[in-house]
Ligand binder design. Structure first.
Ligand code: IMP
Ligand code: MG
Length: 425
């Protein structure tokens, strides 16, 4: 049985959580393959919102097994709070959650390192979520990281954590109160990591068994393609790989185990943090998108920058991920605009055409060239059938399909789990 990979094709917050939740209704397991507590997936449960950061969204389905892959970074303090909020919401995690023993742990002192680094960049700060994602991956690749499996040997683990805390504190200029606070957090980190050993396991092996028994695995990405450290808008990116290919490496399943790649696309664009955003709208239209789409960060509460859909970017992102089909989300947010713009190419002075997406310093200088499409006034929230959509909305969807060259199989029309139009081909 297959593995389906779900990734975001813009700058994150495309609505992957909802699509994963929906697809996982028939799944055996959902496995997160990237990022950490920087992610924020809002799941509508009954009338209330549950925000998940580190555990796979599929955990919300009562019978689904959940895995956190090796390529993620895990914050034990944040995880204990998240597990408590799941319990409060009546979700029984029990033995359904397994974390790769090779996952790297986010130590509290890394947050102070990240704050220092962001301050040091001044006006060029990345605008990170300050969840110490970057410093944890830096420790990993400088081969000084702490892995969950290290906590299996308690006395050595305690010594290693103390040494790591001392080493990192020596790089920081902090008051003695702040140092004491970090040492206290480090103790809590140590205790919680020791408790987490119980959930540690071999994710690769567990997934192999599920796939051999014909189970369906959903591999859940985090953030979005343009935040990928290799192919995104470097240096304004995150540090965990956001592309479908990363699912294979992170989860320890060969590429031949992946059958389907789903690209999640928001019907317009948003971005949190700094970095180039060619189709950004800075005036009233951008504000309208932000308010109608409730575009405020699920993790940090920051207002998201909003803009028109970018077809050049989507073609690039779909190619990098090898998408089989797209899920278009938040289409209902576009009701009420007289007309809608889609960027189909860029221009650079003096009037040179840029048909393909490119990263690097030039990107910030691109002028988007838009195609105008008619809007619609009807409220389409909660529509579940293609025929419920006004002709202009159908045209918008079909134009995206044409520009990207990949079918739009699902259209999300509201935050509710069933607010989806499935198009059958
Ligand atoms: P970091 O992942 O905290 O290092 O942040 C790096 C960049 O990625 C910043 O621009 C963040 O705003 C952005 N980012 C990280 N996680 C998310 C997410 O889940 N959604 C949207 N943007 C994110
Ligand atoms: Mg999010």
């Amino acid at each position: 049985m297959p593995t389906t990979v779900v990734v975001g094709l813009q700058w994150g917050d495309e609505g992957k959580g909802k699509m994963v939740h929906n697809l996982s209704e028939s799944a055996t397991a959902v496995a997160r393959f990237s990022g950490g507590a920087n992610a924020g997936h809002t799941v509508k449960l009954g009338g209330s919102d549950l925000v998940l950061h580190q555990v796979p969204t599929g955990l919300v389905q009562p019978a689904v097994k959940a895995f956190v892959g090796t390529g993620c970074v895990l914050d034990p303090i944040a995880l204990s709070e998240e597990l408590k909020s799941l319990m409060d919401a009546g979700i029984n995690v029990g033995d359904r959650l397994r974390i790769s023993s090779k996952v790297h742990l986010v130590h509290p002192v890394y947050k102070a390192l990240e704050k220092m680094d962001e301050e040091d960049r001044g006006g060029n700060a990345i605008g990170t979520t300050l969840r110490a994602i970057g410093p944890t991956y830096v420790q990993k690749f400088s081969r000084r990281g702490i892995r969950l499996e290290d906590a299996a040997c308690e006395s050595e683990f305690r010594e290693a954590i103390e040494a790591q805390t001392d080493r990192c504190l020596s790089m920081l200029d902090l008051s003695s109160d702040r140092r004491t606070e970090i040492r206290r957090q480090s103790e809590r980190f140590t205790e919680l990591s020791l408790e987490l050993v119980e959930l540690a396991g071999d994710v690769s092996l567990a997934l192999e068994e599920i796939l051999e028994e014909d189970g369906l695995v959903i591999a859940e990405g985090a953030q979005g393609t343009l935040l990928d450290p290799d192919h995104g808008t470097y240096p304004y990116v995150t540090c965990g790989s956001c592309l479908s290919g990363a699912a294979s490496i992170s989860l320890g399943i060969g590429p031949s185990m992946i059958d389907e790649v789903v690209g999640v696309v928001k019907a317009y664009c948003s971005r949190v943090g700094a970095g180039p955003f060619p189709t950004e709208l800075r005036g009233d239209t951008g504000d309208m998108l932000r308010e109608k789409g409730h575009e405020y960060g699920a993790t940090t509460g920051r207002p998201r920058r909003c803009g028109w859909l970018d077809g050049v970017l989507l073609r690039y992102a779909s190619r990098l991920n090898g998408c089989h089909w797209l899920a278009l989300t938040m289409l209902d947010v576009l009701s009420g605009f007289d007309s809608l713009n889609i960027c189909t190419r860029y221009e650079l002075d003096p009037d040179s055409d840029v048909p393909l997406f490119e990263t690097g310093r030039r990107l910030g200088k691109h002028r988007p060239v838009f195609e105008e499409l008619p809007g619609w006034s009807e409220n389409i929230a909660g529509a579940t059938s293609w025929d419920d959509l006004p002709e202009q909305a159908q045209r918008y969807v079909l134009r995206i399909e044409e520009l990207v060259g990949v079918p739009v199989r699902a259209v999300s029309t509201g935050p509710g789990q069933n607010d989806i139009i499935w198009r059958l081909f």
